[in-house]
Design a protein around this ligand. Sequence first.
Ligand code: PLP
Length: 360
Amino acid sequence: MDKIFVTKSFLPPQNEYLKYIDKIWQNGQLTNQGILLQELEQKLKIFLQVENLHYVTNGTIAIQLAFKALGIESGEIITTPFSYVATTSSILWERCTPIFVDIEPNNYCIDPEKIEKLITKDTKAILAVHVFGYSCNIKRIEQIAQKYNLKVIYDAAHAFGSIYCDKSLLDYGDISTVSFHATKLFHTVEGGACIVNDKGVSDNLDLIKRFGHKFDDHFLLGINGKQSEFHAAMGLANFNYIEEIIDKRRTLSQLYDRLLGTSIGRPKEQDNLKYNYAYYPVLFNSEEQLLDVMDKLSENSIYIRRYFYPSLNKLPYVDKQSCPISEDISSRIACLPLYFELEEADVQRVCDIILKALIS
Ligand SMILES: *Cc1c(COP(=O)(O)O)cnc(C)c1O
C-alpha cells in the first residue's frame, strides 16, 4: 500500500508548467516583478475581487511586511494561540509581544469576547487567524479594533478560496496575509501574498518588499520579499485548476462527513461562510484516544498530523500565559488526509480504521 500523508502537493501537468517556463527563456527576466508575476497578481486580484495585492516570497514574510507597512515596531499584539508557529514567531521577530487570547471551542478562532480585558495602553494590533479556512468573528473584532484604535491583521494563510458574506475572506482587516506554500490549498511551491485595504499602506508595502527603494531613490527601510518568475509560473499553472481543486476537496470532505457521522468532533458550520475545504480537522475525546487512532492509522501507512500542537502559548520562548481551551483542543485535534489525488477508497479506509479504533 502506498503511504498516505495528511497532504500531497497538487502538481499541474508538466507541459502546462513548462509553457510558462518557456516564457522566462524567451524574455530573460527571472525576478523583480516580471511578466509572469504581474500576470499572476492580476489573476489573483480578479479571483479574490481585491484592489491591492502583493505576491511575496512566503506567508511568513507576508505577516512581517504587514507589521512594517502598518508602522508597528513595538508593543503588544493580541493574537491566537491556536495556529501554526509562524503567527507567533512573526510577532516576536518584529520585536513585539504576543498576548494570547483563548479561542472559541466551535471554530478554534480567537474568542473576541476575551480580547477587551487584555488590551492595555501598549496594545497596537490584533493578529487573528482564520484557522483551517474558517472565519474569525470579524464583526466583533472590527468593533473592538475601532473602539481602541487598533490595527487588524488577519493571518489568512488557510483562507484562500473561502468566501465570507459574499466576499473573499482575504478581503478583511487592514491587511490579510496568505501562504502559497506547497502544503497549502493553492500553492506556488513557496510564496504568499499581502492583501491591503488602504492604498497608501499598500504602496508602502510595495516599497518595503523591494528594499525600500526605486532605482537610486531610497525611501524607507526595506527587505527582500520579492518572488521569482519560476514561482509565479507554478502559480499560474496551478491557478487554472483552483475550482477543480476545491471541488474535489469538497467531495472528499462530504464523504468523510457521511462516513464519520457524529462519532467524532467537528468544527461548527458557520453562517455566511462558503468554505474552501482547506483541511479536515477532527476532535477526539482525549489525547489518549487521538494517539491510539494515530498508532492504528500508522500501522496501515496512514499518517495524520496534529494540527495544531502545541498551543502556541506553551512555546518555550514565550512568557507563560494560560489558554485552557486552546491547550485542551490542541491536545486532541488532528487533520485527516485531504488532497486532490486522494481517492474515495482511501477516505473509506481511513474512516474504517478510525471508527474501529473509536469503539475498541
Ligand atoms: C503556513 C502558515 C504560515 C506560513 O506560511 P509560509 O508560506 O510557510 O511562510 C503562517 N501562518 C499559518 C497559519 C500557516 O499555516
